[in-house]
Design a protein around this ligand. Structure first.
Ligand code: M6R
Length: 366
């Protein structure tokens, strides 16, 4: 049931503050100061001792894994690799019982991800599943896991399942860091609080979502688009580009902003929209210079900025504000305007946003 919305995708985008709360429910305890993940209790000792964590997924779930790489390294001080299931399953990966593999899948039925799970298990690695569909193959065949509780996702373009995955991965990273003693008590509390504040901030972005329609109108005729971000927001740039290409059929590429000068800058001209995720974090100055490089070549920049930002705003063609947050939780907020922009552009182009051509919700064959 689409409720008050014309499309499932729009409904699911708007559900996110609520679904993120569902993902926390029962897991952020003691007045939101402690994380409890019942489904991982018996594997936490293995996670703590892990020589390495390998995160595996496809598409949007792989992007969630990339965000987790930054989280696990920064807070739990463990080495992480993020792999496409379709590649991993046919490689000769070096894995042992000292490795923990985390498989991410909304459906829990993606053929490549399930094959990667079998390979990891055959090498003796501990396998943890993060999935949305209760009782799915991934949930049944992993040793332990966490459900995302995002509710049924109908839109082929994944939205609320992504933010739920990132929420779960953030909780795992912080809990692991706490258990390993690699995070201070103060930072742990501060980050749990930041996470708990995401739904409210998400609501503020959605309440202002109409403005994105006007931006979509300006860029609906684009043939190509470039998405840039750094750090925690590099995977968000990849996810923004994937959303646009899936539902509007505009060719879009996501890039780490620092890589722009190694190739994609050659694409920049006055026809190219460049979406830059540029909130006020440690990378701000660097991202500002990336924006200047694009503007000097007459590219059109659409920037995602921190509320009240002036520096970026005066450089760019269009900007969308998001509330200030800690960089570690910023992906959960920054992705929302990118989902909405893809949605509005696709709608203006007359595309079927819920059922894009050539795509299936769950890829159960190779
Ligand atoms: O169900 P899964 O999370 O395993 O699906 C993985 C991908 O097929 C999926 O994320 C796909 O890329 C989406 N259409 C992205 O919007």
């Amino acid at each position: 049931d689409k409720g008050d919305y014309d499309y499932f995708m729009l409904k699911e985008i708007h559900e996110q503050p609520k679904t993120i709360e569902e993902t926390f429910r029962g897991r952020l305890q003691n007045n939101y100061s402690e994380i409890v993940l019942g489904g991982l209790l018996n594997v936490f000792p293995k996670l703590e001792a892990a020589r390495r964590i390998v995160i595996i997924g496809c598409g949007t779930s792989w992007h969630a894994g990339l965000i987790a790489e930054y989280l696990f390294e920064e807070y739990a001080q463990v080495s992480v690799e993020v792999e496409y299931a379709s590649e991993f399953r046919y490689r000769k990966p070096v894995l042992s019982s000292q490795d923990v593999v985390i498989l991410i899948s909304q459906s829990g039925e993606t053929a490549d991800t399930l094959a990667a799970l079998e390979l990891a298990k055959s090498k003796g690695a501990t396998a943890i599943g993060i999935c949305n569909v209760v009782g799915s193959s991934l949930a049944r065949e992993t040793e332990a896991g966490v459900y995302t509780h995002a509710g049924v996702e109908i839109g082929v373009a994944s939205t609320k399942a992504f933010t739920a995955q990132v929420t779960v991965l953030t909780m795992i990273a912080l809990k692991l860091a706490k258990r390993k003693g690699t995070i201070s008590g103060e930072d742990y509390k501060m980050l749990v609080k930041e996470l708990a504040e995401v739904p409210e901030k998400g609501r503020a972005i959605l309440a202002d979502g109409e403005k994105i329609k006007n931006i979509a109108e300006k860029y609906q005729k684009a043939v190509n688009a470039l998405y840039l971000g750094r750090g925690y927001l590099f995977p968000v740039a990849l996810e923004g580009a994937l959303k646009l290409k899936e539902i509007s059929y505009i060719h879009a590429e996501g890039y780490a902003a620092g890589e722009m000068k190694h190739g994609p800058i050659a694409l920049v001209d006055n026809n190219l929209p460049v979406v830059v995720v540029a909130p006020q974090d440690d990378y701000y100055e660097k991202v500002v210079s990336n924006i200047q490089e694009v503007k000097a070549r007459k590219g059109n920049v659409i920037a995602i900025v921190t509320e009240g930002d002036k520096g970026v705003k005066e450089l760019v063609n269009d900007s969308i504000e998001i509330p200030k947050s800690h960089p570690a939780v910023a992906p959960l907020l920054a992705v929302i305007p990118l989902q909405l922009m893809a949605y509005h552009i696709a709608l203006l182009k007359g595309c079927n946003v819920d059922q894009p051509r050539n795509l299936a919700k769950s890829v159960t064959v190779e």
